[in-house]
Design a protein around this ligand. Structure first.
Ligand SMILES: *Cc1c(COP(=O)(O)O)cnc(C)c1O
Length: 395
């Protein structure tokens, strides 16, 4: 069986983990946590980074830190993971959905403005599968309407967005290599939000086993996120609480892994791009198969996963295709199931009567094939061969 994901741990992971064990620093108090935070912040060009237990927790803290609550509306894509919406709902706020762009599979930014009301407090953008959301129009809207921006960059570690806007320099850490031209700049994904978040689950571009990161340039938001991460203990009266937080602390063991992985990020991105290019070469032109687009005007795909969508004339759906590929020894995963079709949310009376045709189609027709960092070229060939067989012979 070729698994859908296998991470690559062949850098300094072992060395740094051994250091944790030999020094006895295993908890969140250990020195790797701060070092990982500092180096990650520098890489994304942000002032603050706060390491947490996972990407979902990072989003929870982001929503809470921005004070989102009853009466507020948050505009977000329907085509995303449940992690994006849970804290919005628990906080008593209302999620407001938009459909996806059929080419990039990202949030269709032209649909945002029509959803703004006097109650809109924030926009949550989620970069999907390998290409960023088209950020310039979103940033214009955010400015014009005075909204907060949450950016879920879990799938976009190491990706950049080509923008006509100048780089923010508060972090003071933007490499000059990102300045393309006096009128075009490469912004790292994760540099856009009032708060931006990342995940280090093993299928992301870098992993800590489980883990996540919150980044921001705002000192108060950073302080608030640090406090929320640590049960809102107070510096003076430790066990007296003014606010409810969580225990979201990342361990030194996880940060040791993260640091070693971060050293390899550029290698990993190159590897993912090569994988995407090879799959594209092998599957391009196969009848009935829509592939991920290699490039948008503002970014080249970093292939977090390699996704395919079955054309409407293909006589089976994604679930059936995945079953047949499984029999052939190929691991797959379905695409996200849209938020407006989630039973748990419908039971709460949300999104009744709403339809988002692009997301609905992707959920039923789309899936992704093995695309982990440890995937070897002979596996890519084997996967592609089985996908071609599936499309030609139906098995
Ligand atoms: C993986 C992922 C998350 C959740 O991260 P976890 O670390 O698994 O909690 C959130 N958003 C997106 C877009 C993701 O891909």
């Amino acid at each position: 069986m070729i698994p859908v994901n296998e991470p690559l741990l062949d850098g300094n992971e072992k060395k740094y983990l051994l250091e944790c064990i030999e020094t006895g620093w295993i908890s969140s108090e250990g020195p790797f946590v701060k070092e990982f935070e500092q180096k990650f912040a520098a890489r994304v060009g942000r002032k603050h980074a706060i390491a947490v237990t996972n990407g979902t927790a990072a989003l929870d803290a982001a929503v809470e830190a921005l004070g989102i609550g009853p009466g507020d509306e948050v505009i977000m894509p329907t085509f995303t993971i449940i992690s994006c919406i849970t804290q919005i709902i628990r906080s008593g706020a209302t999620p407001v959905l938009v459909d996806s762009d059929p080419d990039t599979w990202n949030m269709d930014v032209t649909q945002i403005e029509a959803k703004i009301t006097p109650r809109t407090k924030a926009i949550m953008v989620v970069h999907i599968y390998g290409l960023p959301v088209d950020m310039d129009p979103v940033l214009d809207i955010v400015e014009r309407h005075g909204l907060k921006l949450i950016e879920d960059a879990a799938e976009m570690i190491g990706q950049t967005y080509r923008s006509r806007r100048t780089l923010r320099d508060e972090g003071g850490a933007i490499p000059t290599s990102l300045i393309l031209h006096p009128s075009t700049f490469l912004h790292p994904c994760g540099s856009f939000g009032d708060i931006s978040t990342f995940s280090f689950y093993p299928n992301k571009h870098i992993t800590t086993g489980e883990g996540g990161m919150i980044v921001t340039d705002d000192d108060d938001l950073a302080e608030s996120c640090r406090s929320l991460r640590n049960l809102c203990f107070q510096p003076q009266k430790r066990f007296v609480h003014e606010r409810l937080g969580w225990n979201l602390r990342m361990t030194n063991l996880q940060a040791a892994l993260g640091l070693a992985q971060l050293e390899r990020l550029d290698v990993f991105i190159a590897r993912k791009r090569a994988m995407g290019a090879r799959y594209t070469e092998l599957l391009k032109g196969v009848d009935g198969l829509e592939l991920m687009v290699d490039e948008a005007p503002y970014a080249a795909n970093i292939y977090w996963v390699f996704g395919v969508v079955l054309n409407d004339h293909v006589p089976f759906d994604a679930a059936e295709a995945m079953k047949r590929l499984g029999v052939a020894g190929i691991g797959t995963r379905p695409f996200f199931w849209p938020m407006h079709e989630q039973p748990v949310l419908q039971k709460r009376g949300l999104f009744s009567g709403e339809t988002y045709l692009v997301a609905e189609r992707m959920a039923r027709r789309g899936f992704y094939i093995p695309s982990g960092l440890a995937l070897e070229s002979k596996h890519i060939e084997q996967v592609a061969t089985e996908v071609v067989k599936l499309m030609v012979f139906g098995a």
